[in-house]
Design a binder for this molecule. Structure first.
Ligand code: ADP
Length: 472
């Protein structure tokens, strides 16, 4: 079975969040169970520099905005997954991140950039494809590829499409005038089409035109049908409820393996945990925290965004410190949150470390070196850090939402609280601190988490079933 997996980021080439982890691992997991899955990525500088054996295979024209582009064929580093790259220098070869410039502002032409990307995904999946390889299913991911199912359907092509929502909060909304930029027929700007509360929404387009909708955990698939987390899409998602499923993300168990992780100063396993204590001491040293084997060390790694509930962490921080704990945070994002953690760190030298930035190696060292991981997200489609934590014997404290609820067992592998309030988080922290004082029980909890299987194979099989249902 041939699957084209269109995505705007995939690790190790380009990453801003969980989408990249999924796009880096799921296609390889699908290939491992016998599917011919290939990835399509935009040609950002990091992708062009990091892809293996890139060579041009086709020139693409007739795209939105008069864009002329080259399609490159290459392979992903590390796992060798076949890769197509949309090389459109005017759209993708620039400084900054995939969606924002160096100053953190959205690229002003994002509407054109991802319309063209979606157009190319649709073209590769239709009968007019310039490739000799014809995908049987086009799998789109998040708003950046949301127009692809619309282009296919509106041009009368029948290739089945899957739209996966990794985070419903990002909807690709643009003013109605942009309908001319994206080259879609004016009639499609309607309730039964790409229109969303008077604007154009790429995600709405995908949710409306794709044959099947998925999201990244069963609980989130339920939650987004209701107003609280439906972000305005709940009506459409309820109408299409029979075509919406939640498939839990896996994790890359080679990259995240404490027994062989190249980022760690010491390695360990669930049977031989000594290396974890050494990782903790080294982390404390590296982050200028007071050394202490028995000090409960709370790790936090997150995009500093309202979604992640970091204001709740700030609200309980003094309490944690008062009880003898330490906090190690790694994150980047909203300036007010960056400043707040910076201040907390300045006020408590040796007790709080706040590294503002993006650092993959350090994220592994915090996962390994911490005792407890804080993830009080207001909503969480799946969440990966709680899974990395479980695998690394770092007991997670999570809010009962989305994938957090589906993966952490209260009192067995972690601590779950039910209201996103400082008080509820504090009660969970208090329970964790209490449990931490009993080393035997604590180790049992660490090992319970480490024994859980979050490898990709199970999820890959669920996607396979979904694809087979579409192809017949
Ligand atoms: P989201 O996709 O909403 O950001 P996830 O938990 O699904 O949240 O995935 C986040 C991914 O990004 C994880 O792999 C996490 O380790 C990583 N990450 C987030 N912030 C940083 C950072 N500052 N440095 C390194 N890795 C980070």
């Amino acid at each position: 079975m041939r699957i084209l997996f269109a995505t705007s980021e995939a690790r190790p080439l380009i990453k801003t969040g969980g989408l990249a982890d999924v796009s880096g691992a799921l296609p390889a997991a699908l290939r491992a169970i016998g599917l011919d899955c290939r990835v399509l990525l935009p040609g950002y500088p990091a992708v062009l520099a990091g892809a293996r054996q890139a060579r041009p295979v086709s020139r693409l024209d007739g795209l939105a905005g008069g864009t002329v582009a080259t399609l490159l064929e290459a392979t992903m580093p590390e796992n060798g997954t076949p890769l197509y790259i949309l090389d459109a220098p005017e759209l993708f070869q620039r400084e900054g991140g995939p969606y924002q410039d160096v100053a953190g502002h959205d690229h002003p032409d994002n509407v054109l950039r991802f319309a063209v990307f979606s157009q190319v995904a649709a073209r590769l999946a239709c009968s007019d494809t310039p490739l000799s390889w014809h995908p049987e299913v086009l799998h789109c991911n998040d708003w950046q590829t949301g127009l692809a199912p619309a282009y296919l359907r509106l041009a009368g092509h029948a290739t089945p499409t899957v739209m996966t929502v990794h985070n419903l909060a990002y909807q690709g909304i643009f003013p109605p005038e942009d309908m001319t930029t994206v080259d879609l027929p004016a009639e499609s700007f309607s309730l039964n089409g790409v229109e969303y509360y008077g604007s154009l929404s790429f995600l709405k387009a995908g949710l409306y035109y794709a044959d099947r909708l998925t999201t990244v955990s069963p609980s989130y698939a339920e939650e987004i049908r209701l107003p609280a987390l439906g972000m305005g899409m709940q009506g459409l998602l309820t109408t299409r409820g029979d075509e919406l499923v939640g498939i839990l993300n896996g994790i890359d168990t080679v990259e995240w393996n404490a027994a062989s992780d190249v980022h760690l100063p010491y390695t360990y396993t669930s049977r031989a945990l000594a290396g974890k204590s050494q990782c903790k001491l080294k982390l404390q040293q590296d982050l200028n925290l007071e050394p202490g084997r028995d000090t409960p060390l709370f790790g936090v790694i997150a995009r500093l965004a309202n979604q992640k509930g970091l204001d709740l962490v700030l609200a309980v921080a003094e309490g944690i410190l008062h009880r003898g704990g330490q906090i190690a945070l790694l994150g980047t994002g909203e300036k007010t949150l960056e400043a707040a953690f910076h201040d907390l760190c300045a006020q408590h030298p040796g007790r709080v470390a706040a590294v503002i930035g993006y650092d993959e190696g350090l994220s592994h060292r915090i996962e390994a070196g911490s005792d407890i991981f804080l993830m009080p997200s207001r909503f969480e489609p799946c969440g990966l850090n709680q899974l990395y934590s479980l695998r690394y014997g770092t007991v997670p404290i999570v809010h009962a939402t989305g994938g957090l609820k589906d993966t952490v067992e209260d009192g067995v592998t972690g601590f779950v609280f039910h209201e996103p309030t400082p008080h509820a988080l504090w009660l969970a922290v208090d329970r964790a601190l209490h449990a931490y004082t009993d080393p035997k029980a604590w180790k049992r909890m660490m090992r319970a988490g480490m024994s859980r299987d979050f490898s990709w194979e199970k999820s890959a099989r669920e996607y396979e079933t979904l694809y087979r249902g579409l192809v017949g």
